[in-house]
Design a protein around this ligand. Structure first.
Ligand SMILES: *Cc1c(COP(=O)(O)O)cnc(C)c1O
Length: 424
């Protein structure tokens, strides 16, 4: 059968046959199972679900049918062997890393990553004896040089935030494979309709659903998917290898992540928020198309504008990794772009002159959002770390929304005019 496109799978999930009517209704339009725990007909049946002899739900921290419907939709999109949803992207990252790292281990991470992830390395993993080695994600030599015999995984963002640098994922996957360690990719800035992390060689995909997947900025969420490409029997820690040995070569990570870590750490997605994410994912395909088109048009327009010092968007030919971005992200590069205006003062004058975009610290919303990262998200970092993260003093991050492009352009144009000629 012809393989369905990601846009179609986002709407329907993967085709399934031979479902009872009851399952069919719940698959097409998943209801909200707003319960903490699940009733069983007999004490024996409750016990047998507890003992893993019979499938079923027990308690919503472990699993919930609405959350499971959302996990299944994302897993279909990623082409994975299983997904686990969380209350936030950070919870998803935390459980992934706690599942794979023991104290004394090291990980290699791209250096230009989301601030929360860098803080997780430093303030949480660091306290438990896990060392992070940062590497330039665009340099395979740098990543290679950072691997030691203690390295247990490589972590990259498919597009770094806010630097918008693009790693060569396939090349890094080959390197990870040589060292028999998994490659974890955070695809938040693209969503699963713009990148097939599995096809590029990722072992685990992590995404914050708070952004594009949900789309309307109403609910937090995170999700991890095992793409099924890594043989966990060769992987460490020992718990994962042991689980893989008993459950099958591929299932080690998912069972440890769900049963040992997620279940005991908490951070589970609420059924209502899973419902909101399911609504979001249905329109993911059309939204991403519009985000990409609007962002590309705005990036081109601002690049040609002398009032703007620099524009960064991975699809622009001026972007240092635009060839890699073009090859890896076939549907486009999402809605995030940055501009430099020459000084912090000009940035603030510009932000104050905009009338439509919202001033808030999120991205991937239907609305166009703008922020000055250096004085907000990165304000507590020392100046040199801010610079290396790409949060320059004269840089504005724009999350281009799905409004009419003409309205976005007109507002940006009048705001730039105001910066040049407005009252001082
Ligand atoms: C937002 C974000 C996260 C964290 O997700 P939350 O849902 O806010 O916890 C992780 N990675 C990237 C790239 C993000 O943009």
């Amino acid at each position: 059968m012809r393989e369905l496109s990601a846009q179609t799978v986002a709407v329907h999930g993967a085709p399934r046959r031979n479902m009872s009517d009851q399952i069919r209704y719940a698959t097409a339009f998943p209801p909200i199972h707003q319960n903490a725990a699940f009733e069983h007909e007999t004490p024996e049946s409750l016990a047998s679900v507890f003992q893993g002899k019979q499938p079923g739900h027990i308690y919503s921290r472990i699993s919930n049918p609405t959350v499971a419907a959302f996990e299944s939709r994302i897993n279909d999109l990623e082409g994975g062997i299983g997904s686990i949803a969380f209350a936030s992207g950070m919870a998803a990252l935390t459980v992934t890393l706690l599942s794979l790292l023991d104290s004394g281990d090291e990980l290699v991470s791209g250096s230009s990553i989301f601030g929360g992830t860098a803080e997780l390395y430093e303030h949480v993993l660091g306290r438990y004896g896990v060392t992070t080695r940062f590497a330039d994600p665009t340099s395979i030599e740098d990543i290679r040089a950072s691997i030691t015999d203690k390295t247990k995984l490589i972590f990259l963002e498919a597009i770094g935030n806010p630097k918008l640098d693009v790693p060569n994922i396939t090349e890094t996957a080959n390197l990870a494979n040589e060292h028999e360690i998994p490659l974890i990719i955070d695809t938040t800035l693209l969503s699963p309709v713009l990148v097939s992390a599995k096809a590029l060689g990722a072992s685990i995909v992590v995404s914050s659903c708070t952004k594009y997947i949900s789309g309307s900025g109403r609910a937090l969420g995170g999700i991890i998917t095992d793409t099924g490409t890594f043989d966990w029997k060769r992987g460490r820690p020992r718990a994962v290898a042991e689980a893989a040995a008993t459950l099958g070569a591929h299932l080690g990570f998912l069972s440890i992540a769900r049963k040992r870590i997620a279940q005991n750490v908490g951070g589970c997605l609420s059924p209502f928020d899973a419902f909101l994410h399911l609504l979001g994912v249905e329109t993911l395909g059309v939204r991403m198309e519009r985000h990409c088109n609007n962002a590309m048009s705005l990036a081109r327009r601002l690049s040609a504008d002398k009032r703007v010092v620099h524009v960064c968007y991975p699809r622009l030919e001026s972007h240092p990794q635009h060839h890699i971005a073009f090859r890896q992200f076939t549907g486009g590069c999402g809605g995030l772009l940055t501009i430099r205006l020459g000084s912090k003062d000009r940035c603030y004058r510009f932000l104050n002159a905009l009338t439509m975009p919202k001033h808030l610290a999120n991205l991937g919303d239907t609305r166009t959002l703008v922020i000055h990262p250096a004085s907000t998200i990165y304000h507590s970092l020392p100046a040199e770390r801010r610079e290396s993260a790409g949060a320059h003093d004269d840089l504005i991050r724009i999350s281009v929304g799905i409004e009419s492009y003409e309205d976005i352009e007109a507002d940006f144009d009048q705001a730039l005019e105001e910066v040049e000629h407005g009252a001082q």
